[in-house]
Ligand binder design. Structure first.
Ligand code: GAR
Length: 202
């Protein structure tokens, strides 16, 4: 069983999907800790309800606003919990440094578009759906991918398409992309990495 550490920043609906799919979709790993960069993230409550240990590490308040110190603090926490695989489940800060080296090919992110569309620096949360709607694409979706030093640039593990409907707002689209894509492919991608099988052809 691989030990999974989850990083969050907000509501934590993707964390909830991971919790709910332990033992069914996720058979080769177990969530052992949840870390948030915001103390008010509702996902922390979801973790507590599921009996999962939590930690808050804030870049400004705890790490003097220093990126390297922030990444080191997260890395040290993950190592102290003997984490094998890190999942970014709506984690809206950029990672780098020690953490990426230490956990190379063992960090999975979920992004709410079909990469390479609407991704990279500045594309997160509702902004991604606003961009898709203003461009006028008819299909969007979600991508689960490995994390490297390029924002949203790591190897793609799984993608799922979602149709855009007449009258969609960023909020209705975000909800549909979560329900029809993110909550499905993120647990599947985590299982792929935990199982350690060759995922090239998945
Ligand atoms: C999700 O839509 C996730 O894909 C997105 O933030 C939301 C978090 O929701 N992540 C990004 O935009 C990363 N670039 P959640 O806290 O309810 O899981």
């Amino acid at each position: 069983m691989k030990r999974i550490g989850v990083l969050i920043s907000g509501g934590g609906t993707n964390l909830q999907a991971l919790i709910d799919k332990q033992g069914s979709v996720i058979r080769s790993g177990k969530i052992v800790c949840v870390c948030s960069n915001r103390s008010d993230a509702y996902g922390l409550e979801r973790a507590k309800k599921a009996g999962i240990p939590t930690r808050v590490i804030r870049k400004n308040a705890d790490c003097g606003g220093d990126d390297a110190a922030f990444n080191r603090a997260i890395c040290e926490y993950m190592k102290s919990m003997n984490v094998d695989v890190i999942v970014l489940a709506g984690f809206l800060a950029i990672l780098g440094g020690d953490l990426l080296t230490e956990y190379a090919d063992r960090i999975v992110n979920i992004h709410p578009s079909l990469i390479p569309a609407f991704c990279g620096d500045g594309f997160y949360g509702l902004k991604v759906h606003e961009a898709a709607l203003s461009y006028g694409v008819k299909v969007t979706g979600a991508t689960a991918h490995l994390v490297n030093e390029i924002t949203d640039g790591g190897k793609i593990l799984l993608q799922k398409a979602v149709n855009i409907e007449n009258g969609d707002t960023p909020e209705t689209l975000q909800k549909r992309v979560m329900e029809e894509a993110e909550w499905i492919i993120l647990p599947e991608a985590v299982e792929l990495i935990c199982k350690g099988e060759n995922y090239e052809n998945n």
